[in-house]
Design a protein around this ligand. Structure first.
Ligand code: NAD
Length: 480
């Protein structure tokens, strides 16, 4: 962004190809300092209505743009985001506390890369295919689902937005994107880049606001599909509304994923992997491996190693390239995480690392990386999503027991298996009920579907499946 609105200044939103002054503003607070960072828009219902009208008006034109031209526009959009990436990733780290080293990819390189991926895919796949039929042949068309309401949380704001607008725009949909209030500022970058890329007005509209603005958008008669990432609680409410309206919906929700450490695991390599799998983004990650399942035969060894990992992580300024764990996004989120640490203690789990606000971090919303051992999988800290740097190390007796414990969860989003025997680990991965799982690592793959089962959500993003989520199929039966 050339210039984000300073605290106290009027906020901005992006509708119909132009920035406008928002009716209401809400300060965005810098996670690392607790000081106001800028003025974010708190969209009103009438502003949501305007954005939906703009997206509706743009739909007939955008859906008819030939695929190659749409792809070219996405490539220009990618370039425009890429040229701003270094400022954007720093802004995101200020907003939500994400360590800069992580923000570099998630909020910098990834959105542009994803736009390029879907630009290539829509050209490669095309939108029609012909199949032989009993009367002649059938044309199967993949048409855009229409106007999309995209709602994102604050934890990976640029990446999660791109996971929606890149396939949606490629498919020929138009969109209203609602960012979370905590990350209202970086969302404006999308408007600026859309103008530079020459996206037709109304194709992508961007605003920020809280649950009321989100709920108004979800139920709006001008919306054809909802794409939501956020908490399971909000996802349930949105699914109810969409069910009543018979409106397609994709839900990417919470998780409580398990890292299964097998008895033959190379513990040093495992701990190097858990550094990101279990602590990435200060624990504020939906696919966080927040349960570590350790064989009883090596339980003490694993607990000691995980505790040492937590104690050794560099906690500090998210803008310092060496920082591994930054602050949580807000005072509210920190209270929630500290409350869960108290719950763990009260449940009788043994605190082996962290457990409090680090003494050398008086400003911002820091919580020391925390590890509990002697945790039973039925404990609240093993069952509920904490969304902070808090791990539970849980013992198991056999491979089957490990799978049963991993599956004894309301959620099913991520997970990992750690072993020197990749085939054995892969067999275990096949038995875990989850949408995604890693072997000796956990890294998203933009070419493969990402999403959850059970209370972790419905539908998939990324890969060809992520494009299909914005298309509806039409069969045209032709004689001869
Ligand atoms: P949240 O559900 O409170 O808010 C997320 C977004 O939804 C925000 O933009 C918010 O304003 C909006 N919102 C809230 N209630 C709404 C409603 N009733 N109708 C419409 N919009 C509504 O989530 P949060 O606590 O801010 O974010 C963290 C959650 O997001 C965690 O549970 C995390 O696991 C989940 N998450 C999931 C994924 C995934 O891909 N599965 C990725 C990132 C985060």
């Amino acid at each position: 962004m050339d210039r984000i609105p300073a605290p106290g200044e009027p906020a901005q939103l992006f509708i119909d190809g132009a920035f406008r002054t928002a009716e209401r503003a809400e300060s965005v607070i810098e996670a690392g300092t607790g000081e106001p960072l800028g003025s974010g828009c708190a969209a009103t219902e009438s502003e949501v209505d305007l954005a939906v009208s703009a997206a509706r008006a743009a739909l007939p034109g955008w859906r008819e743009v030939p695929v190659a031209e749409r792809a070219a526009a996405l490539l220009r959009f990618a370039d425009a985001l890429q040229s701003r990436a270094s400022a954007t990733r720093e802004l995101c780290s200020r907003e939500n506390g994400m360590p800069l080293a992580l923000s570099r990819g998630a909020n910098g390189a990834f959105p542009a890369a994803l736009l390029r991926y879907y630009a290539a895919l829509i050209v490669e796949n095309g939108i029609e295919e012909t199949r032989p039929s009993t009367i002649g042949h059938t044309i199967v068309r993949r048409e855009p689902v229409g106007v999309v309401a995209a709602i994102i949380p604050w934890n990976y704001p640029q990446a999660l937005a791109a996971m929606k607008f890149a396939p949606a725009l490629a498919a020929g949909c138009t969109m209203v994107l609602k960012a979370a209030p905590e990350t209202a500022l970086d969302a404006l970058v999308f408007g600026e880049a859309a103008v530079e890329a020459g996206l037709p007005p109304g194709v992508l509209n961007v605003l920020a606001g809280g649950p009321d603005a989100g709920a108004h958008l979800v139920a709006h008669p001008g919306i054809d599909k909802v794409a939501f990432t956020g908490s399971t609680a909000a996802g349930r409410k949105i699914a109810e509304v969409c069910g009543r309206l018979m409106r397609p919906v994709t839900l990417e929700l919470g998780g409580k994923s398990a890292a299964i450490v097998l008895d033959d695991a190379d513990l040093d390599a495992t701990i190097r992997g858990l550094r990101t799998a279990s602590f990435v983004n200060n624990g504020q990650t939906c696919h966080l491996n927040s349960r570590v399942l350790a064989p009883r035969s090596r339980y003490n060894e694993v607990v000691d190693a995980v505790a040492a990992l937590a104690e050794g992580l560099r906690v500090g300024d998210p803008l310092d390239a060496a920082t591994e764990v930054g602050p949580l996004v807000s005072a509210r989120q920190r209270s929630r995480v500290l409350d869960y640490i108290e719950v763990g203690r009260a449940e009788g789990a043994k605190l082996v690392a962290g457990g409090s606000v680090p003494a050398d971090q008086p400003h911002g919303w820091f919580v020391a990386p925390t590890v509990f051992s002697e945790v039973d999988n039925s404990a609240r800290i093993a069952q509920e999503e904490i969304f902070g740097p808090v791990l539970a190390v849980i013992p198991y007796d056999s491979d089957d027991d490990a799978v049963a414990i991993a599956n004894d969860s309301e959620f099913g989003l991520g997970g990992s298996v750690w072993s020197t025997d990749v085939e054995r680990a892969t067999d275990i991965a096949r038995a875990v009920r989850t949408g995604t799982i890693g072997i000796n690592d956990y890294q998203l793959d933009m070419g493969a579907p990402f999403g959850g089962v059970k209370s972790s959500g419905m539908g998939r993003e990324l890969g060809p499946e992520g494009l299909a989520a914005y298309q509806v199929l039409k069969s045209i039966y032709r004689v001869g």
